[in-house]
Design a binder for this molecule. Sequence first.
Ligand SMILES: CC(C)(COP(=O)(O)OP(=O)(O)OC[C@H]1O[C@@H](n2cnc3c(N)ncnc32)[C@H](O)[C@@H]1OP(=O)(O)O)[C@@H](O)C(=O)NCCC(=O)NCCS
Length: 171
Amino acid sequence: MHAKTPEESRTIMTDLVLPSETNPLNNLFGGELLARMDRAASIAARRHSRRIVVTASVNHVAFNKAVPLGSVVTVEANVSRAFKSSMEIYIDVWVEDRESGTRSKANEAIYTFVAVDETGTPVKIPALEPETDLEKERFAAALRRKQLSLVLAGKMKPGEATELKALFENS
Ligand SMILES: CC(C)(COP(=O)(O)OP(=O)(O)OC[C@H]1O[C@@H](n2cnc3c(N)ncnc32)[C@H](O)[C@@H]1OP(=O)(O)O)[C@@H](O)C(=O)NCCC(=O)NCCS
């Protein structure tokens, strides 16, 4: 199984914000954005693994900027690290200015997907080879985030989270 680059599975989805997708302040409803991010992330995970993929966890979501009705929203999903059967997917959300066309970062999120077979059993996936500085930075921090997610899910004992311990010992 040969390693793949993030570029090979990068998924970019652009869509409008319609009235039925907004909250009472006429901004994009958070759940709608979560669904759009989940969709883009699942496609990136599927492209990387070429298997059935399921969302295992939403590790982090930051709704930093409201996204107004009528906005053009781009959701970009990149595989930031591949483990044995799980993948961390980093999602950047951009909003396009109507007049200038300039894109500004609105939100970001980190999801974990697991590749499974037809019975739902996790299967092995290709490794990820980061290329750019940003890809390398996200790759390096992904193991720490995986351990934190597993600790929060009760699937790993805090004492076994070596990357988290190292973080506190070095600060
Ligand atoms: C995700 C799922 C396949 C994991 O099954 P599991 O029995 O925990 O399997 P494992 O313990 O072998 O874990 C499989 C991988 O997922 C990772 N994983 C599991 N839970 C995780 C979590 N909360 N955060 C991060 N990674 C997680 C494990 O670390 C392991 O990674 P690795 O193989 O790359 O080392 C299973 O829980 C599932 O099918 N969940 C439902 C998924 C779903 O329906 N999603 C849609 C939500 S509506």
